[in-house]
Design a protein around this ligand. Structure first.
Ligand SMILES: [Zn+2]
Length: 276
């Protein structure tokens, strides 16, 4: 069953997690329901793609309303396809929420165990990873394109949480809407990095199509990395939703030849006081 379920035209949530934990807000946006125009039509949430900044802010306010999670409590990053993670606290709230300038530099993942912070990252084909360790109230999200994936950002999150006293079998992961293997054709240069990442004996996450052309399943590669890091297979949810195949629903950097908006991954605990 598809773990990411449409709640309204703009928001997909990780349904099983959100049902189990009513205070959890976790999911991914679509490209619908915003006010941006042209290549960014309509719910572009990325500041860095040359869209009108006022429209991006308006779109972010719209998502904040839908999630009932105020924009001033979000954090955002300048993502660089690396594997640097940042643990954030309430003191960080608002950084990168309504401007790119004060976002976290060189950061491709966030985690926190505090309430009232919405962790957000931008996507258009790269793989959004979502993490939760309910017993410790730890949550996280990470950005895994091919570079972040072979840089093992997924494993970095498991290792970081290990230093917080969290065991891999206490961690649940959801792998979100991103480019599928049929749409993601790469060359041998990328596959060489993938091969260095693989454990012996696993199912190959890529197929040779033609001389020097491969289809690569980044979601499956991330799943294998999480498995190797000790996360039980039954703890991992994997989407079937492709950002490139679903033209009506998602932006796709590759399909749209580099001119496109960005969707947002989000995860946060509502503040206890919000529920009173
Ligand atoms: Zn596809």
């Amino acid at each position: 069953m598809e773990p990411f379920v449409l709640k309204n035209q703009s928001i997909l949530t990780i349904e099983s997690w959100c049902k189990q934990f009513p205070e959890l807000i976790a999911g991914f946006t679509t490209k619908s329901g915003g006010c941006s125009i042209g290549d960014y039509e309509s719910l572009n949430l990325g500041f860095h793609v040359n869209d009108d900044g006022l429209n991006v802010c308006s779109n972010r306010e719209k998502v904040a309303e839908l999630l009932k999670f105020p924009l001033k409590s979000w954090v955002g990053a300048e993502q660089i396809h690396d594997s640097m993670l940042k643990k954030v606290t309430k003191a960080d709230r608002g950084k990168g929420s309504n401007s790119y300038d004060d976002s976290f530099k060189g950061t491709d993942g966030f985690y926190t165990d505090e309430e009232g912070i919405l962790l957000t990252l931008c996507f258009a084909d790269c793989v959004p990873l979502f993490f939760i360790a309910p017993e410790k109230k730890m949550i996280g999200t990470a950005h895994a394109g091919w570079k972040g994936t072979v840089g093992q950002i997924a494993k970095q999150m498991i290792s970081s949480w290990g230093r917080e006293g969290i065991k891999p079998d206490q961690i649940f992961v959801a792998i979100g809407p991103s480019i599928c293997d049929k749409c993601y054709i790469v060359d041998k240069y990328v596959i060489n990095f993938v091969e260095n990442t693989l454990e012996d004996g696993g199912v190959l996450p890529y197929n040779l199509l033609n001389e020097g052309q491969y289809s690569l399943n980044l979601r499956e590669l991330n799943r294998q990395i999480l498995h190797a890091a000790g996360v039980p297979d039954e703890n991992i949810l994997v989407t079937e939703l492709c950002s490139s195949c679903n033209r009506e629903e998602f932006f796709s950097h590759r399909r749209d030849h580099g001119k496109s908006g960005r969707m947002l991954s989000f995860i946060g605990w509502k503040e206890t006081s919000d529920r009173l």
